[in-house]
Write a new protein. Structure first.
Length: 250
């Protein structure tokens, strides 16, 4: 396994709990994971370390929320997402995390601003976006940013909010989307040397923490009203985007 000291083990265990919690309960709740891991390992290495943890948490989420999936909207997004993964794999060889993070943050903030502006003008009464190019843009953005920095969460949040899914369908669709996305990224990350035997064994050792966080997420989400759920995930997406923008000055 990876050579962590006691403090580092505490950090990765906490991150695993928060990932499990965000996958089954409140998407975006694991916002602290990226900055916490940046304190104990290089940002590039953390993407490969996180990927199996995310995939394991996705499995728990899809088992619980398996009956709450909007398959038509999910399948419309997937081909473009796979294209984005390929783009991200190529770009990852030439761009650093410090260059990438602010770009992702700015894109997400623009999307959030457009969403708020639309809602303020009676967007809730307007038709759900069905344009092919909307799914194409969001899918490519999600796939490429996920491949490069595990940062597709805010983009997926904005897409599903635009689809006006109920919270159960929101979580179930998110779970299936990211499980398939994360599985597709594993060969690329392995080829880049970001996943190895030591990191994988460490990820498996954190499975109890993932399960603990997942149970906590399920218990909480059933107690949150729909409007509060929407506001929470949108706010977390905005906070994540601001953090990514600030990476340019750190």
């Amino acid at each position: 396994m990876l050579d962590f000291n006691t403090f580092s083990w505490f950090v990765v265990a906490f991150c695993a709990v928060m990932i499990g919690f965000s996958k089954t309960g409140i998407p975006g709740a694991a916002i602290l994971v990226i900055p916490l891991l940046a304190g104990i390992m290089p940002a590039r290495d953390s993407t490969g370390f996180l990927l199996p943890i995310l995939a394991l948490a996705d499995i728990m989420a899809i088992i619980y929320w398996r009956r709450h999936v909007d398959w038509p909207r999910l399948l419309r997004l997937l081909p473009w997402t796979m294209l984005g993964v390929g783009i991200g794999y190529i770009v990852l060889k030439y761009i650093t995390n410090k260059q990438l993070m602010p770009v992702i943050g700015i894109v997400v903030l623009i999307l959030i601003a457009v969403t708020w502006w639309t809602n303020s003008r009676g967007g809730a009464k307007k038709k759900i976006p069905t344009y092919w190019w909307f799914a194409a843009i969001m899918g490519i953005l999600a796939g490429s940013t996920s491949m490069m920095a595990n940062a597709a969460g805010p983009i997926m949040t904005i897409y599903l909010l635009a689809m006006r899914l109920e919270k159960n369908e929101f979580i179930g669709t998110t779970a299936w989307f990211f499980w398939m996305l994360n599985l597709s990224k594993i060969p690329f990350s392995t080829n880049l040397g970001l996943i190895n035997e030591a990191s994988l064994l460490t990820d498996l050792a954190l499975l109890p923490c993932i399960i603990l966080g997942g149970i906590g997420g399920i218990m909480l989400v059933h107690r949150i009203p729909q409007r509060a759920f929407n506001i929470t995930v949108e706010a977390l997406a905005a906070i994540s985007a601001i953090y990514l923008c600030l990476q340019a000055f750190m």
